[in-house]
Design a protein around this ligand. Sequence first.
Ligand SMILES: [Ca+2]
Length: 306
Amino acid sequence: MNLFDEIKAERKEPVNIIHGTDWWTDCDDIAALRLLLRAHKAGLIRLLGIGINSVMEYSAPSVSAFCEYDGLRIPIGVDKSALRDGGNCRYQKLLAEYPHTIRSNEDCPDAWRLYRKLLAELDGKADITDVGFPQIIMQLLQSGPDELSPLSGTELVKEKVNRVWLMAGRWDMPNGKEYNLSAYPVCSEAGDYLCRNCPVPITFVGFEVGLDVITGGNAAEDDPLRRAFIAHGSADGRCSWDPLTVLTAILQDEAKAGYGVVRGYARVDPVTGENNFTADESGPHRFVTQQHSGQWYADRINALLS
Ligand SMILES: [Ca+2]
């Protein structure tokens, strides 16, 4: 019995999740999406949609193909303002060689519009996970009433979102600096905006808790995940920032994910992206702290990936 089987026994209803990913230069985004797809198939979650917050030629086709490898067609949105013309994306074209329905980024709606649509149509609530750059959630919060919903984005999130789970920040030191909050000016701006304006709780999974958790090296040779990891140069596995974040959201509980939490108020410098935290038991933000060895977390994830 794996971890998903254990959780399934106690979960009455699948948890709705909308997932953001940069799906760009690093490959741990792939492991994270695999966990979500497998959790969806296991009936633990409903993966309502995926927002891609970095855009390369094969972004949407490769996400589409990776989902369809698992037999799932998930709506995909793209932040079309987030064109990255640099970086070495070594796996998208490879993944896009698998069968897929969504042929190009242009076939996708703007991600923040997809999020509005999914939330407006939802009977109940959803969680939002993001393991890339957080600007889609900022764009959603800043959106106004439209034909999709009479509510503003902030009102919609307040009404329809339970929690936000972010792979973002470095929390084990003052003025921590991490890629998802500092790679581009919009990342720092969005991090600051979310800390100040998101109307629902945010859990941060930081750089420091993913670094010594190496996963993804045990998949079968013909698995596209395995092929993508090899293309990335991570045949023996990769740091697990993104899969740890989505697993915590799938489990709906930091403690069940093996973490301690510090509650309080997170801050992100809107220019530098440096993050800081003021502990306060009544605060809306949490960051997680490791309670086990890196291998303990890695073994749990690897058992779910293959
Ligand atoms: Ca990522």
